[in-house]
Design a binder for this molecule. Structure first.
Ligand code: SAM
Length: 215
């Protein structure tokens, strides 16, 4: 049944033209979402809603993740920073596409950083590093990045992340209130972000120095 839902999702994205990047559909087929959810939710792995993961967090809805990744306009060689590793699924999809690039993903909850690490290990992908820490300050060690994706709601795009984005780079993030946000796709031009609004979304809050609360 859940494999049927997987094909239904792909059909829905194609018919609505919501997702047009064939590489993304290929990644979605190859990186099995059932390997990133808790055992009790495997039958719902391809339902189009978020699912609980440890630490009171969620693995985001498939359609939302696909929209965000497509907005990154990924190139095979991109160096990408993700804030909010969660299950590791989004990072794995990105790493599958940036075959000659690398993905750094930061997670503030240690238990989840370990969950993401073990899920990613099972994929065999070698171009991802999971870091336990406060991603609201970015990951300066590997900066600058071609692309940055924030998968938790932020009050504003954290300044350190703008600084760690390359000139011409793209950042995608849900920005706004605690309960509802606008999905912002922004390109860094002459040091400033030129923003586009992709619509309303709902995410769990970003924590840390530049989040809604410290922890
Ligand atoms: N990308 C994830 C996936 O594919 O499963 C889903 C992310 S979940 C919606 C948001 C994640 O952001 C949670 O795991 C949460 O712990 C994490 N988070 C919140 N604030 C953070 C911060 N300051 N630094 C790093 N991770 C943070």
């Amino acid at each position: 049944m859940f494999l049927l839902n997987k094909e239904k999702l792909i059909k829905y994205w194609k018919e609505t033209k919501l997702i047009e990047d064939k590489r993304l559909i290929k990644a979605f087929r190859s990186i099995l979402r059932e390997n990133f959810v808790l055992p009790e939710y495997i039958s719902e792995a391809y339902a189009d809603y978020p699912l609980p993961i440890p630490g009171g967090q969620t693995i985001s809805q498939p359609t939302t993740v696909m929209i965000m990744i497509e907005a990154l306009e990924l190139k095979e060689t991109d160096k990408v920073l993700e804030i909010g590793a969660g299950s590791g699924w989004c990072a794995a999809l990105i790493a599958y596409i940036v075959k000659k690039g690398f993905v750094y993903t930061v997670e503030i909850i240690e238990k989840l950083a370990n969950f993401a690490k073990s899920n990613i290990k099972n994929t065999g992908l070698k171009n991802i590093k999971v870091i336990h820490g406060d991603g609201s300050c970015g990951y300066p060690k590997a900066a600058p990045y071609d692309k940055i994706i924030i998968t938790a709601a932020c009050p504003t795009i954290p300044q350190p992340l703008i600084a760690q984005l390359k000139e011409g780079g793209i950042i995608v993030a849900p920005v706004g209130g605690y309960y509802i946000q606008k999905m912002i796709k922004a390109r860094k031009i002459k040091g400033k972000l030129i923003e586009e609004n992709l619509g309303d979304f709902r995410f769990v809050p970003l924590k840390g120095v530049f989040g809604f609360h410290r922890n």
